[in-house]
Design a binder for this molecule. Sequence first.
Ligand code: ATP
Length: 218
Amino acid sequence: MQPIGVFGGTFDPIHCGHLRTAFELWQELRLAEVRFLPTGSPPHRAQLYASPERRLQMVRAAVADQPSFVVDDREVRRSGVSYSVDTLTELRREYPQASLCLLLGMDAFLGLPNWHRWRELLTLAHIVVAHRPGWRAPTTGPLGEVMVDHGTGTIRVLHERPSGCVYVHAVTQLEISSTELRSLIIAGRDPRYLVPDEVRQIILETRCYAAQQEPDGR
Ligand code: ATP
């Protein structure tokens, strides 16, 4: 049973930190595919910058040359707030037997207790946490308990069971964030090498992050 990776995010914009993390998890965990799910209206964030369609366009462009990366636009199509628990419930219905792995950066994992019906997530999927620079796995509080009750040190169980485990995996640390990227672009600097060329092209052509951006990004 090769697990399906489920990688949600605002992807505002998608960057090489997202892509390298997804690629390493796909390779090292032997995932069948990584499914990128750009959020529609995220519950945790007051503001999004690029439109949902533009973020989707950038995700599609970013993963086009990697066949094991799949784009799932259901949250963008859904009206109203997107909750991960609803998306995973749908995916579980579509893949009743499969192992599903929700892929999260450590920062996202630490915010999990604020998510809608978060305790149900582990009944629907495994949670795979990618180490990000500067963040540590929790040892206390509700997530510390989750680590004790559901933590696993082996990839094998992700293949043997459909859901229910938390697995932490170190990935190459690329300290790139969408927030910093947007600031850099607004300051008129070029995002080259922080995002795939195809994404850079969309950002420059559509000026989706800066009204006064120079075409060459300088
Ligand atoms: P922002 O700066 O706007 O918060 P972000 O760069 O964290 O954005 P998101 O779209 O919010 O991007 O993140 C989607 C997922 O990717 C989250 O689980 C997050 O932890 C993870 N992630 C984001 N950046 C990286 C990175 N550089 N390395 C590893 N994981 C990352």
